[in-house]
Structure formats: C-alpha cells, structure tokens
Design a protein around this ligand. Structure first.
Ligand SMILES: NC(=O)c1ccc[n+]([C@@H]2O[C@H](COP(=O)([O-])OP(=O)(O)OC[C@H]3O[C@@H](n4cnc5c(N)ncnc54)[C@H](O)[C@@H]3O)[C@@H](O)[C@H]2O)c1
Length: 376
C-alpha cells in the first residue's frame, strides 16, 4: 500500500530551504494531490537560525544533526538543500534507511560520487527527484510540448546563457560556493548545470563537448576575518560547445561576472521550421517563431503561458495572473506526488542529476586538456 501522507525532513534552511518550505506548505493547498506532505522536521547547523526558520515556516520540529534525522523511523522523505559536498553522503545514509529522496542540484561534486547516489536509491527502491525547478516553469514545459509536436522541425541550434553579477566585487567573501571542496565547481556546477538540464530536457542527450573555464579573482577575503584572504578554487565562468546525439549543436555560457545581469537564464532553440526563446526573468512567456505562419504575418509571438491548458496552471489563477520562481518548486512537488502515487520517479530524478554531472565533468576535463570529450 502506498502511503497517502509523507513525513518530510528537510536538511538546510537557507535560500533553498525557503523555496522548498514554501513548496511543501503550498503544494497541497493549490493542488489536489494523491499524497499529503507533512513538514515534520527541519535541520541546520545553527540552533538560533534553524529554530527561527522552523517557527516561521511551520515545521513541527528542528534538529542540528542530519544523521540523527535520517535515522528516524517516522520520516518518509529526506529533502537535501545543503551545500553540494554533503548531498551524496546524506542521500546514501537516507536511502539505506528506505527514505525517498529529493535533492537540490547539482547532484554532487563528482561523477564517481553521483554514481554512488544513483546506486543507493536504486538498491533501496526508493523514489527520487532532483530539484531542477526551471523545467517546471509552465512556459518551458510548453516549449518541450511544441518541440515534441514537431513544430520546430529538425533541431539545429541550442543557445543558452545564465548570467549573474553577484561576486564581481573582489571584496565579496570566500563563501562555500567559491571553494571546490564544498561546491565541486563554481559557476559551472551552480548555474551552467541549469542550462545543461534545460537543453537535455528540450533537445535530448549530448554526445561530445569542448569548453573553457576562468577564475578572474583568484583570492578573496575570508568570511570570518576579512583582513585575511583565501584562495578561490572554482571557476568564475564556464562556457562550452556541444553536439547532441540528434546532431543539433549547442553553445552555453554561464558567468557571475556580467554587471547588471542578476539571474538571466535564457535558452533559444532553432529548428528547420521555427524557433523558441525562454528566459527565467520573464518566466510566464515563451517566444515562438513559426515558418508555418503565412509569410505576411511571420514574426516572434509571445505566448503567455497562463491558460488552464498550459502545464500546472489549473492549480493556480485565472488566465493572465502570473506565477513566479517559487511556483516552479511547487510544480516539482506536484510531479513528485503524482509519480509517487503511480509507483514511478518524476522527471528529472537522480539519474538526470548523474547525466548532468557527466556533462559538467566532461566540460571541465576538456577545459584542462583543450580537447573535445566524448560522452559515452
Ligand atoms: N534550484 C535552484 O534554483 C537553486 C538555487 C540556489 C541553490 N540551489 C542549490 O541548493 C543547495 C543549497 O544552496 P543554498 O543557496 O540554499 O545555500 P545556502 O548557503 O543558502 O544554505 C545552505 C544550508 O545548508 C545548511 N548546511 C550546511 N552544512 C550543513 C550540515 N552539515 N548539516 C546540516 N545543514 C547544513 C546551512 O545551515 C544552510 O541552511 C545547493 O546545492 C545549491 O546548488 C539551487
């Protein structure tokens, strides 16, 4: 018998902790789902902060020790929203105890450890999901539908950028995202991975890549003692070219050094019959150009994906009432709940996390060797 209520333990309470708390709080309110999510326990390192977040978002209990949390018999789902280096250790311990897994991206810090995470969830036969939330924007899901319907014809190009500027000041401290031991890679695993996931979602698997990375600011002040500096051990930008298995080609660029750009996550796909453009900063809209339109009317149309026929929208508002970043996390949980009830895993899941990691690592290897790398 499948459970109809799932007790959730969330590890990590900060940026993603907030996005996930909101999703757990709202999913059953906006949608009639086959399972109910109970916000049972939240976990983080700093007692004062974790207690504050527990109260604010309505978690029933808090803990400071993720190992103790994943051992509890009353927990069904472990949600991982911590720095990247402890994703896989938490997944392995939790899966061993039969917990279903929700994990933030990137899945881990290396292909080798991501493989262990996938082995662990498969061996334990637990359900799993990776929070690649941008796939869950209705307009990007619509893009996938239009491609599947053949409206773009043969796909030739994918062009994707994720541009930010938050560390351009050399005085910005050496936070965990800038240290390879905690983060794996830098901009690459943090935001280029979203582009990789979106491209795989829309166009399919990649077969070869060649890339470059650069670290512009090599040392930064330590967070606890700004008079001292530490070494930045990850990339500040990454870019790469790829060829897809269907022979389409891709150009990708991610950076935290584009002044004025905050979270400019944009993907364009060109095919023999048309083009699509989606940007997270305008996430309700999909631009679509079709060569099937009469010649005198051709041009990009901007489709506002807020109708009930668009993915996920039935649960929210009447047409024209926009949704936003936080709803993409709710939508991910909606897919998880339905997949869980069917006895399946949602898409994307930890296997996608591994596939994304294989691309990430191949790009880094190519940047080092200055070679094209085949993805077998
Ligand atoms: N999907 C997205 O759009 C998106 C956006 C931002 C971050 N992320 C991913 O989410 C994850 C978390 O990022 P964030 O921005 O929330 O980071 P953050 O620094 O804001 O929060 C990290 C949290 O992890 C907790 N933590 C760290 N070590 C811990 C430990 N040993 N035990 C328990 N808790 C621990 C911290 O207390 C904190 O609450 C990362 O993997 C990141 O790549 C995804």
């Amino acid at each position: 018998m499948k459970k109809s209520e799932l007790n959730v333990a969330m590890i990590g309470y900060a940026f993603m902790g907030k996005a996930h708390s909101n999703a757990f709080l709202c999913a059953n309110r906006f949608f009639d789902l086959p399972v109910k999510f109970n916000m049972t326990i939240i976990c983080g390192r700093t007692e004062k902060n974790v207690r504050q977040v527990q109260k604010k978002w309505g978690w029933q209990q808090y803990s400071r020790d993720w190992k103790e949390v994943v051992r509890r018999n009353d927990i069904d789902v472990v949600d991982v929203a911590t720095p990247n280096n402890i994703h896989v250790p938490i997944i392995i311990e939790a899966a061993k105890r039969g917990k279903h897994i929700l994990c933030e991206k990137p899945l881990g810090i290396s292909v080798a450890e991501c493989k262990k995470a996938v082995e662990a969830v498969k061996k334990a036969k637990v359900h799993h999901m990776i929070w690649h939330n941008y796939r869950k924007a209705p307009a990007l899901s619509l893009a996938k539908r239009l491609i599947n319907e053949g409206r773009l014809g043969t796909i030739y190009h994918v062009r994707a950028v994720f541009l930010q500027d938050w560390i351009i000041d050399p005085k910005y401290p050496l936070v965990w995202r800038l240290k390879s031991e905690e983060s794996g890679s830098g901009t690459h695993g943090d935001i280029c991975v979203h582009l990789i996931d979106a491209a795989r979602f829309l166009v399919g698997e990649m077969k070869e890549v060649t890339g470059m990375v650069e670290t512009f600011i090599k040392e930064r002040p330590l967070p606890d003692d700004p008079r001292k500096k530490g070494k930045v051990t990850v990339d500040d930008m990454s870019s790469f070219l790829c060829r897809f298995e269907n022979d389409a080609v891709g150009v990708f660029e991610a950076t935290r050094f584009a002044p004025g750009r905050k979270a400019h996550n944009k993907i364009e796909v060109n095919g023999s019959k048309g083009s699509l453009v989606w940007c997270s900063e305008d996430l309700n809209y999909l631009e679509f150009y079709s060569k099937d339109d009469p010649k005198h009317m051709r041009g990009f149309r901007k489709i506002m994906a807020t109708e009930a026929v668009h993915p996920y929208l039935k649960g929210y508002w009447p047409p024209g009432h926009s949704i936003s970043y936080e709803h993409t996390f709710i939508n991910a949980l909606v897919d998880f709940a339905h997949a869980f009830a069917r006895g399946e895993n949602p898409s994307p899941n930890l296997e996608d996390g591994l596939k994304n990691q294989i691309v990430l690592e191949a790009v880094l290897k190519s940047a080092q060797t200055k070679q094209w790398i085949q993805l077998s």
